[in-house]
Design a protein around this ligand. Structure first.
Ligand SMILES: Nc1ncnc2c1ncn2[C@@H]1O[C@H](COP(=O)(O)OP(=O)(O)O)[C@@H](O)[C@H]1O
Ligand SMILES: [Mg+2]
Length: 260
């Protein structure tokens, strides 16, 4: 069974793209067949994986466009082998137009599910990097996914409405778009461990959102290596294979595989 994981959070700069590429690379390194999907018109994942979104064609934009216009999307032509052990379904800036076109599309929440249906069996894991919003592209990701990982900075968790994404997940379940959608867990990123008290955070989350949401261990510490790896167009798994960041994402990948 293919596991489709959406990396979603309405705030930008929390580590969604970093988590997507590094989990994809870590799962690929373990021997799984992995596809990473860039569902953000900012195309950060596409760049991070070493591609130029200004010249790359076709992309996921073409797949959405075909599907919305009533043609078959033929998504496999938009899938690329990266230099690492995962495939990429990249984005281009025009993907931002899709959010609007979707509004008047039949079954607008299920377009991504339809696009992926022809290739889903070719992968063990599909990781979807979402844009920082609660719009229709994110709803498409949540509808297609089996589970969600929510990356967030520890310091931000206390903010009002920090986890608004949880309401979107609840809506997708309640409207029967994806009643079985699971929350894989909350991933604390860019942590400054000296100020991070995981137990307090856990208690606060339980308090505010109810029991049963896992916080991944380890939390991902702040390191300048992540930004460097993005510039180099590589995952941290390749860029600094024996570093702390690579180790953290490998351990999180193992927990995802174990499913506990
Ligand atoms: N653990 C980390 N420590 C330091 N910087 C990080 C870490 N994770 C990500 N970054 C950097 O923070 C910025 C935002 O991360 P990104 O993954 O692009 O967030 P999002 O996709 O949620 O907008 C990027 O420049 C990235 O390289
Ligand atoms: Mg991003």
């Amino acid at each position: 069974m293919t596991k489709i994981i959406a990396i979603a959070m309405q705030k930008g700069g929390v580590g969604k793209t970093t988590t997507t590429i590094n989990l994809a690379a870590a799962l690929g390194e373990m021997g799984y067949r992995v596809l990473a999907i860039d569902l953000d018109p900012q195309c950060n994942l596409t760049q991070h994986a070493g591609f130029d979104p200004d010249t790359l064609s076709p992309t996921i934009y073409d797949a959405f466009k075909s599907e919305i216009e009533g043609y078959e999307s033929n998504v496999s032509s938009s899938i690329y082998q990266t230099d690492e052990k995962f495939h990429l379904l990249p984005a281009q800036a025009e993907l931002s137009l899709i959010e609007l076109s979707l509004i008047n599309t039949l079954s607008r929440e299920r377009v991504l599910t339809t696009i992926l249906s022809s290739i889903v069996n070719q992968y063990d894991y599909i990781i979807i990097d979402c844009n920082p919003s609660l719009g229709l592209l994110v709803v498409n990701a949540l509808t297609a996914a089996s589970s969600v990982i929510i990356p967030i900075q520890t310091e931000y968790l206390a903010a009002r409405g920090a986890l608004m994404i949880l309401s979107s997940i609840e809506t997708v379940r309640r409207k029967k778009l994806n009643p079985n959608l699971r929350i894989e867990g909350i991933l604390l990123t860019m942590a400054d461990t000296r100020t991070t008290l995981t137990r307090d955070i856990l208690a606060a989350i339980d308090n505010q959102y109810g029991d049963g949401i896992r916080i991944f261990e380890p939390i991902v510490k702040r390191s300048v290596r992540f930004a460097e790896s993005a510039v180099a167009g590589q995952s941290i798994i390749t860029y600094e294979s024996d570093g702390q960041g690579a180790d953290a994402y490998r351990r999180i990948a193992k927990q995802i595989v174990k499913g506990s």
